[in-house]
Structure formats: structure tokens, C-alpha cells
Write a protein that binds this ligand. Structure first.
Ligand code: SAM
Length: 322
């Protein structure tokens, strides 16, 4: 399902999405783009031109911010929404879709804007506007459940993790302050020939159900979500006393079910042991190569971790560090 964020964006006060990329990171992004030997480059959301100015020709760009577009007069940049640039846009000339590279630092600085970044990427992918894209996205985009929302014919072919803190700093145009957002530069490509079936994520398993909060008192196993990197073994509660303590805690808690999985298991002990074993793999994998700061699985991932003999992440993406 493609989420149309145009309405969402219109609601935002102007300036809120405008976290501009540093020159240092922009230079890295431009190098990644150049390496793809594009026939033409299209940037969606050129902003102050940090990236755009360094992109190879031929290129064109758009931004919805009329004042900035008019003030900067960047060659080839027009004031319009990237969602209005269609696959048959005259600016692409005769360049085949596969040779067009889309570049963007889509909005990610605000809570919930991962949807915004994703919908920009989904738009380019599903409408086949370009055949490749280089995007700066928040590192939480590396969560499998988010990446699964891209069309299956698209694969990540490169990831570059800016290691230095300076490369993860963005300037908020509304007030000039800097904000640190842990980002990753991803290259996605339309590669239907590489399409293969990944291990199927399962929603159900025979040994337990993940209860919703309203049914949490039916739980006979409570698992603290895997949480931060430092946690070696997740906490579990399964004896009657422990469960009573947890139900009482939940009663008083103002939080939603976010921090714990409430499970109804046929054999809580067996589930407990297996989750603990799988969880160690998952944490190692996630902290080594993936998100870096958020390794909490969602219920679907928990079930997949439990059901599959290994973590359900099969693509060893070539991760490079800037
Ligand atoms: C995070 S800023 C990045 C700006 C610049 N590319 C950079 O990296 O410094 C996102 C930019 O996208 C623009 N933008 C937001 N929605 C857009 C849309 N629908 N179409 C085109 N540009 C958009 C904003 O005005 C803003 O300049």
C-alpha cells in the first residue's frame, strides 16, 4: 500500500521538514550517485542545494518551497512537488528509466516521518519514475518491517553508514540549530531479475499467540522486549507470582503494551528457552549490521525469530562506513 503523504505534508507548517544536509555528507552522497554512472539525476526536495550542487550533470530538481527556489535560482530546479514528476516527464529526455537516479534527503526529522520518507521512495518505485534511488533515511528504516514496505522488485544494493557524528548532523532551517539524526545512505535498485523469495514472515505459530493489551491477563509468559543493546538476556516472567506482579504493574502503568510481549503459550517454558536462544542471534545481528540503536522486534518479527531456525534477515547487505 502506498501512503500518500501530500496531505500530511500540507498540514505541516512550512520549514518543519527542512533539515538540510551538511556539505560533508552531501559530498559522500554525490560520490555514491556518481558511482552509479547515471544517465540523468533527479533530486526531489533540493532545499538549499547542498546535495544538488554537487550532483553530476545532466540533472534537474524540484522543491515545494517557493521562496527558497526563487531565492536560489539553482539551474534546473523548479518549484513543484516531487509527486507531480511522472515517469514520462520531458525533463528525463530519452534516458531510459533504468538509467535515471533519484536522489533525496526526504523528511525524517520529525516523529512519524518515516512514513513520509517511505512514501517518497514508494512513489518513485511503484510509478517507475527512476530505476535507482539514493536516499538519506533515518536508521530506523533499516528495520525489516519497514523495508518490506517497498515493492519486492526493488533491492538495497548498497548501504553507507556515516560513522562520524558530524555526518549525522542536519541543520534545521527554521531556526538554524543542528539536530543529530542517525542516518544511513541507501541505494535501492529496480532489479526484478534478482527477485527471490525471502523466508516467509509468519503471523501465527502453533506454540503461542501474542496477546493484545486488553487480553494481557491471559498471558502465561511475559517477555520484556529486547530493548537496548546492553541487554544480554531479556527478562521473562512465567511463574504465578511473577505473572501476578506483572499484571499489577501493568494495571498501574500508564504505558501501552510497547515494552512487553504478553504471550499465551502452550508450553511457556519451551517458548522461553527458544526465544532466549533466537534472541541472542537477533541482537548480535541487529547491533552488528542493522539499526544500531533500536533492536526491538515487533510481534511479527518475534514470531518469525521463534519459528525460523535463524534470524529472518537473509540479505547480507554490503554495508560500508563513511
Ligand atoms: C530534509 S530537506 C532536504 C533539503 C536538501 N536536499 C538537503 O539535503 O539539504 C527536505 C526538502 O524537501 C522539500 N519537500 C518537502 N516535501 C516536498 C515535496 N512533496 N516535493 C518536493 N520537495 C519537497 C522541503 O521543502 C525541503 O527543502
Amino acid at each position: 500500500m502506498v501512503i500518500d503523504i501530500r496531505k500530511m505534508m500540507n498540514k505541516r507548517a512550512r520549514g518543519l521538514d527542512q533539515y538540510y544536509t551538511s556539505t560533508a555528507l552531501a559530498a559522500k552522497v554525490a560520490a555514491v550517485v556518481r558511482n552509479l554512472a547515471p544517465g540523468i539525476v533527479f533530486e526531489g526536495g533540493t532545499g538549499g542545494g547542498a546535495i544538488y550542487n554537487l550532483l553530476p550533470n545532466p540533472k534537474f530538481g524540484v522543491d515545494v518551497d517557493r521562496d527558497t527556489v526563487n531565492r536560489l535560482q539553482l539551474p534546473g530546479v523548479a518549484c513543484e512537488s516531487l509527486f507531480d514528476v511522472k515517469a514520462d516527464d520531458a525533463r528525463f529526455g530519452a534516458v531510459a528509466v533504468q538509467d535515471r537516479v533519484f536522489v533525496s534527503n526526504p523528511p525524517f526529522g520529525l516523529p512519524g516521518v518515516m512514513n513520509a520518507a517511505l512514501s517518497v521512495m514508494q512513489y518513485i518505485a511503484t510509478e517507475r519514475v527512476c530505476g535507482k534511488m539514493v536516499v538519506i533515511v533515518g536508521r530506523t528504516m533499516r528495520k525489516w518491517s519497514n523495508m518490506m514496505r517497498m515493492p519486492r522488485e526493488w533491492s538495497i544494493t548498497e548501504e553507507h553508514i556515516p560513522d562520524s557524528l558530524a555526518l549525522n548532523k542536519f541543520v534545521d532551517q527554521s531556526n538554524g540549530t543542528t539536530k543529530t539524526v542517525k542516518v544511513v545512505v541507501q541505494v535501492w535498485q529496480y532489479q526484478p531479475e534478482r527477485l527471490r523469495v525471502d523466508p516467509v514472515f509468519v503471523d501465527v505459530c502453533a506454540d503461542f499467540v501474542v496477546l493484545s493489551l486488553k487480553d494481557h491477563k491471559q498471558a502465561n509468559l511475559v517477555v520484556l522486549q529486547f530493548g537496548s543493546i546492553g541487554t544480554v538476556f531479556q527478562k521473562v516472567w512465567s511463574t504465578p507470582d511473577e505473572l501476578a506482579t506483572m499484571f499489577a504493574w501493568q494495571e498501574k502503568s500508564t504505558s501501552h503494551s510497547g515494552s512487553h510481549f504478553w504471550l499465551r503459550c502452550t508450553d511457556p517454558n519451551a517458548v522461553k528457552i527458544r526465544i532466549a536462544a533466537r534472541k541472542t542471534d537477533y541482537v548480535t545481528y541487529m547491533t552488528d549490521t542493522l539499526v544500531g540503536n533500536n533492536i526491538t522486534p515487533n510481534p511479527r518479527e518475534l514470531i518469525s525469530i521463534y519459528v525460523h531456525g535463524s534470524v529472518p534477515y537473509t540479505r547480507p547487505w554490503p554495508v560500508r562506513r563513511f
